[in-house]
Design a protein around this ligand. Structure first.
Ligand code: PMP
Length: 312
């Protein structure tokens, strides 16, 4: 297998592709691959860190649901994804911080090429070193860009083709001196950050946008809601406006990559890293290390409503 020349070296990477583990940024597509040309890829992202893999099973479940929703053929059983991920982790040190990314894509199209053939679905599982970001805090702004609706994009799947919109939102926000941005839906309700879900705290009550089908109802989001409610916090999922965030006592984000991350500035207003964020993060780490599923960081305690969530 030829190693692809990349502009920048990638971190240590192992990928299971076509029956074997291969090291490095291996070639998985060609110029005739439908996904390389027209973006027909779905993926998911899980993590290994500190010898745990919280919600690995849920992320593997979701990539299959994404494939189905995207009209690809999910041909890897969830347990097979999980077993492969565990095998892949062994290529790294036990404590390694890894991103674990299962992917499906369409290989061939019909005729003119726009319509892909689900029977040509291919897949790989790639794992690579990616340090866990420190929770030092990020600055956020309102993005001029919006989340598309299900009529305008395949928002019901975690599809790669959704991400260029998030990329341009990030580039625009970063050009104005922010780290991340709040995207709204087409009706003006806050949806999420460009790469994570968003929470706010006001007078001790935790709020997060109610899933309405246009943003990713994240696995970490659901996990954190459950953990906070389990501790007696009131967590409300409801329609939120940007103005609600402008007067929040705390804002934080959830997502597989960084797990929980505090927001320390919204527009010009500074925010402290608050007690609810600290408690939520501590609860998540306790869950990751001691949750149900020995050595699995709570895999068997995947949120019961997960399937419904990713389908919404
Ligand atoms: N929204 C977007 C756009 C994301 O890319 C992510 C990261 N996967 C999330 C939310 C958080 O989802 P999860 O907790 O399932 O990783």
């Amino acid at each position: 297998m030829t190693v692809v020349a990349t502009l920048r070296p990638v971190s240590r990477t192992w990928t299971f592709f076509e029956g074997e583990w291969r090291e490095g940024n291996i070639a998985i597509m060609g110029p005739r691959t439908h996904a390389a040309w027209l973006g027909s890829t779905v993926f998911d992202g899980a993590r290994a860190f500190e010898s745990v893999t919280p919600d690995l099973q849920a992320h593997c479940e979701r990539v299959n649901i994404s494939a189905e929703k995207f009209l690809l053929r999910p041909c890897v059983a969830v347990d097979a994804w999980v077993d492969l991920a565990r095998e892949g982790i062994k290529h790294f040190g036990p404590e390694a911080a890894l991103y674990i990314r299962p992917m499906y894509w369409a290989d061939q199209g019909f005729g003119g090429g726009v319509k892909f053939d689900p029977e040509t679905t291919r897949w790989c599982l790639t794992l690579y070193e990616a340090p866990m970001p420190e929770p030092t805090g990020v600055a956020v702004t309102l993005s001029p860009f919006r989340r598309p609706t299900s009529e305008t994009a395949p928002v019901e799947a975690k599809a790669s083709c959704l991400y260029p919109n998030n990329t341009r939102a990030l580039i625009e926000a970063q050009a104005r001196g922010f780290d991340n941005c709040i995207l709204r839906d087409m009706l003006g309700a806050v949806a999420e950050l460009a790469n994570a879900n968003i929470f706010m705290v006001k007078d001790g009550v935790v709020f997060t946008p109610a899933p309405n089908g246009v943003f990713l109802d994240g696995i970490t989001r659901r996990r954190v809601i459950g953990l906070l409610r389990g501790e007696g916090f009131e967590v409300q999922e409801r329609t939120l406006r940007f103005e609600d965030f402008l007067t929040a006592d705390e804002i934080f984000s959830t997502g597989n990559y960084a797990k929980l991350s505090p927001v320390i500035r919204i527009e010009a207003r500074a925010l402290a890293i608050g007690p609810v964020f600290r408690r939520a993060r501590a609860l998540y780490w306790a869950f990751a290390h001691d949750g149900a599923g020995a050595g699995a960081g709570g895999d068997s305690a995947a949120p019961a409503r997960l399937s419904a969530a990713v389908r919404s």
